[in-house]
Design a protein around this ligand. Structure first.
Ligand code: ARG
Length: 476
């Protein structure tokens, strides 16, 4: 949608540029080229054009309804705005850095299309409430996209979890084999995390869904406007209660970025696990051709680039939160131009997050879990040692500390023999704990260990299936 109108280059090269037609009444000369460059936000905020036009249409309709604007002018303005929306959507958008931002571009174009009536649109409005409104509308859509992206990922995770509710794998702590779990249970941990991300996004949306429009520059306006009407028209629950707050705060964007950062952190952990699991040393999953790449030198390679990029993009998303926190910190009320720097990091974070969610949903949907490799890995690391200790407590009246110590000795014996605890001969167990050998061998069985963890939230397959059913209900 970018073109550069001739006047743009003209404005840049003249030695004594003309004063800005929209705010230059008290100026004799226009801004220097550097001033213009640092001041212009159009390259970034052009992405707000739909929201800006929606806000202007709502404002215009309200001005007509309250008798501030004539119906004839209102009609001209609304038609002109529709035409501009169509032009921009069709890629016909001429950028002129002298016009600073999206608001001035649209207003200027409106003037070119409909003449003097265009100048009446900015009655009882300031760019301060205008941009706050546009940006809120944009962030609200970003939250809706986030929710849709999370739902798609959740569906993919739930399908895999269902398939693998009984597929055993080692559960890890410190990335050391800890206790056996099912692959389904492990995936369901992510389902819980991403479900909380949805709920955080919903909270943020509810809180931010108030309209700044009508706050004007900062103090409200002497025109008898109807803020409830514009709020309604734009899908806001109500107008913001304080005009200074309305133009000053960007907490809604901060909150969105915080929600985004937490979701990105969740994504990065899953991405990291995909990287580990898909490495041949583990071989727990096979990522599809669609979400891996080859190497130009090593013919055997299948690299998990998408997972790595999802992992890395978390940096930019968390960075965006930091950037905006620092922009806002210590700013006196009300609007300051610093706040123009709110959009670039937010847009970038939203782009990165949307893409990361889509990539993760694709990877998860496509991945093939290698049940045999997962089961084979449970034979390493004496992974049912806790089960044996628990059994000694339950069946033999040991204190847990004594049981822990006794099993520790058996692990030592197994290591001396170079076998896993579960493969330690019965006789050797009997020698350490008289008469325990036979039962112990049963207790050390992986499937039994997994089934036995039937406490609420545990890894027993029946519990995993119930968790899947509960989670599915929240998605319909
Ligand atoms: N481009 C500006 C921004 O994004 C719009 C608001 C300008 N307001 C002002 N008082 N200069 O913040």
């Amino acid at each position: 949608m970018a073109k550069t109108r001739k006047s743009a280059t003209k404005a840049k090269s003249t030695t004594k540029p003309e004063a800005n037609p929209l705010w230059g009444g008290r100026f004799q000369a226009g801004p220097s080229a550097i001033m213009q460059e640092i001041n212009a936000s159009i390259a970034v905020d052009r992405r707000l054009y739909r929201q800006d036009i929606a806000g202007s249409k709502a404002h215009c309709a309200m001005l007509v309804a309250t008798g501030i604007l004539s119906a004839a002018d209102g009609k001209r303005i609304a038609r002109g705005l529709d035409r501009i929306a169509a032009e921009i959507a069709a890629g016909d958008f001429v950028i002129d850095p002298a016009l600073e931002d999206i608001h001035m571009h649209i207003e200027t174009r409106l003037g070119a299309l409909i003449g003097p009536a265009a100048k009446r649109l900015h009655t009882a409005r300031s760019r301060n409430d205008q941009v706050a409104t546009d940006f809120r509308l944009w962030v609200r859509e970003a939250l809706d996209r986030l929710d849709a992206g999370l739902v798609a990922l959740l569906c993919a995770l739930l399908d895999q979890a269902e398939r693998h509710a009984e597929t055993v794998m080692p559960g890890f702590t410190h990335l050391q084999p800890a206790q056996p779990v099912t692959f389904g249970h492990h995936l369901m941990a992510y389902v819980e995390m991403f479900a909380r991300d949805r709920s955080r996004a919903a909270d943020c949306r509810r809180r931010m869904n108030e309209s700044p429009l009508g706050a004007a520059a900062l103090a409200g306006t002497s025109f008898a406007i109807d803020r409830a009407m514009t709020a309604r028209a734009l899908g806001f629950a109500r107008p913001m209660a304080n005009s200074i707050d309305a133009v000053s705060d960007r907490d809604f964007a901060l909150e969105y970025l915080a929600v985004a950062t937490i979701a990105a952190v969740h994504l990065s952990r899953l991405a990291e696990e995909l990287v580990i699991w898909s490495s041949p040393a583990y071989g727990f999953v096979r990522l599809s051709d669609g979400f891996t790449t080859g190497s130009s030198i090593m013919p055997q390679k299948r690299n998990p680039d998408a997972a790595e990029l999802v992992r890395a993009k978390t940096g930019a998303i968390a960075g965006a939160l930091q950037a905006l926190v620092i922009v806002m910190k210590g700013l006196p009320l009300a609007y300051g131009k610093d706040m123009q720097e709110d959009k670039a990091p937010t847009f970038r974070a939203a782009d990165d997050l949307d893409l990361s969610l889509a990539a993760m949903a694709g990877m998860v949907a496509d991945l093939k879990a290698e049940a045999t490799a997962m089961r084979a890995a449970t034979a390493l690391g004496h992974i049912t040692a806790t089960d044996l200790a628990d059994w000694l407590v339950q069946a033999r009246g040991f204190s847990f500390r004594d049981a822990h110590h006794a099993v520790g000795r058996l692990v030592q014996a197994a290591e001396r023999r170079g076998v896993d605890l579960a493969a330690l001969p019965e006789a050797e167990i009997d020698a350490a704990i008289p008469g325990a050998g036979r039962a112990a061998r049963k207790v050390l069985d992986i499937d039994r260990a997994v089934k036995s963890r039937a406490s609420f939230g545990g890894t027993a397959p029946a519990g995993v299936r119930r968790a899947i059913a509960r989670a599915r209900k929240t998605l319909v």
